[in-house]
Design a protein around this ligand. Sequence first.
Ligand SMILES: [Zn+2]
Length: 585
Amino acid sequence: MTGSEEISKIREAIRKIALDNAIRHEGKAQVKPVLGKLLGENPSLRGKIKEIASLTNEIVEEINSLTLKQQIETARRLWPELLLKEKERIEEEKKLPPLPNVEKYDQIVTRFAPNPDCVLHIGSARAIILSYEYARMYNGRFILRFEDTDPRLKRTALEFYDLIREDLKWLGCSWDAEYIQSDRMEIYYEYARKLLEKGYAYVCTCKREDFREKVQRRIACPCRKISPEQNLSRWEAMLSGEYGEGEAVVRIKTDLNHPNPAIRDWPAFRIIDTEKHPHPRTGSRYHVWPLFAFANGIDDHLNGITHVIRGKEHLTNQRRQEYLYRYLGWKYPEAIHYGRLKITGVTLSKSKILRAVEEGEYSGWDDPRLATFRALRRRGIRPEAIRQMMMDVGPRPADITLSWKNLYAYNRKIVDPIANRYFFLDDPKRMIVKDVKRDFTASILLHPNDPKRGTRVFNVKSRDGQAHLLISSRDFSRLKIGSLVRLMELFNVKIESKKGGQISARFHSEGYEEARRLNLALIHWLPDGEGVSCQVIMPDGSVVKGLAEKSLRQASVDQIVQFERFGFVRIDEMNKEVKLFFAHE
Ligand SMILES: [Zn+2]
C-alpha cells in the first residue's frame, strides 16, 4: 500500500461494506463476505490480500462494537442509500424465510428449468415464483434454462419455448440469463469424456433387463470393469452412430450397495434415434443425449447456481448428482426441497393436457377448464394472486393441499378494489311495473368505494303509468307472488303475477330505508330494450348468455369487471356481442 490517501479510501470502502453487512445481520458484520465484496468491487486489491484482510478484520471489529442503532445512525449520516436498500429488503424478507448459507456466496443465483414440452401451469408456479423472489430478495440473479434433451419421450416443440417465455413475463418473473440445453451438447460430451477417462463412468452395452436384474442384486455388470481406453472407444462408437437405440448407455459409477436401486450406476447418456424423433432445434445432428440428472447437474454448476429450489421428488436426483459433483471436484449447490403441493380439482398432468388439446377436447392452451397460466390469465386471474399464494405457501417441506377457492380468495382481494360494477342478466325476463307515475333516473357508482370513477345512469320511463324492465331468469324463478322486492337503486315493488316468462308487479315505495325496514331482497335489473348481448364462458366450458347494461361498452378488452350478484369476469372480446370469461364469484 502506498499513499495514506489511498489507505483512507480503502478504509472508507471497507467501512461502508461492513456497515451494510452489519445492518443486514442484526448488527454483526462478518469478515469473509465483507472481504469478498471488497475484492469483487476492487480486483486490484487482490495483490495486497494480507494487508487488506487485516484491515478488514480491524474495521469489522470496530463496526461490530457499535450497537445496531448506532450503526443505522452512522449509515444514515454517511451512506443513506444503505438504509433505503435495507428497508426494501426487510419488507420482502418478511414474506419468505431466509435461504441457507447466503453469506457464503457473493451473489445468489437461482434458476427455473422447464422442459419445453408443454405450456406452463399452476403446478410450476411455486418453483418459478420462489426461485425468482429469492433471487430478488438477495439482489441476485434468476436464470431460465430450457431442459430439452429428451426429443423422444418429452416431446419438445418449438412453440413452447416462446410460450414459456411469455408465461414467465406474464407472471412478472423476468430472467437475467437464458440457457438452452440443446445448444450445450458439446459441453456435456466433454464432461462425459472426462468422467470416462478417470474411470468414474462407463459405457454399458448390456441389455436393459440384464443390467436391471443385476443391479437389483447389487452385482456389477461386465462393462463396469472395462478400462478407460475401452470406454473411450465405446464412447466414440456411440457418437459415430455404431450403436442403435438402447444398445449403449453411459453410466455413472455409484455405490452398488446404495439402498435406493435408482441411484446405483445411474444412466447419464443414451441413444435416441433422431432420424425417427428429430429434435425441433437440432434435428438429427445428435443422437447421444444426456439424461435429466446429468445435464441438469452439470448446468447447475456451470450456470453458477447457488440455491436450487425445487420439490422433494428431486431428492433422488440430488443423490445421483452428488456423485457427479464429487468426481468433478465441485461443490453441490444449496438445495431447498419443498413438499408436494396438491391443488384439488386441477389437471396438472402435462401428458393429459397435451393429448386433450391435440384431440380437440380442449379449445387450446387457454381453455378455461385448464390450469395453465394462459387459461388463468384469460379468466381474469391476476399474476399477483398466484404470486401471493405461492409466497404464503413458501418453501415449507410439509405437503399441502390447496383448491381453486384458495386461489380465488387471493384474486378477489386484488380485483375487488379495481373491478367496476355492472348489471348483467342471464337469460333476461320481462317485468312490467304498474303505478309508476313518473320517470326515474338511477345513477349507480361504477365502484361503491370509489366515487371518483363516476356513475352509470339508467333512465326508466313511465309509459301509461307502467315501467318496462328486465330481470334475470334466476331472480324470475325465485320471486314469489305477493312478495316485495327492491330493484337496486330504483324502487320497491310487489310481485303480482308471473306468466309466460313475464312478471307483473306494482310500485310499492321508493326509498331504500323502506326496503331496509321491510328487509327486502335486492335484485338488479335493466330498462327493457337496453343492453349489450354477452356470452360468458364459465370455468367448466359452458356458456351463459345474457344482457349487460349498455355502459359496459365503456370498458375495454382485458379489463376485469364485476357483474353484480354474478361474479368477476374478464372482457375477452368486444364486438357486437361481448365475450367474457368467468373468474370466480
Ligand atoms: Zn453393462
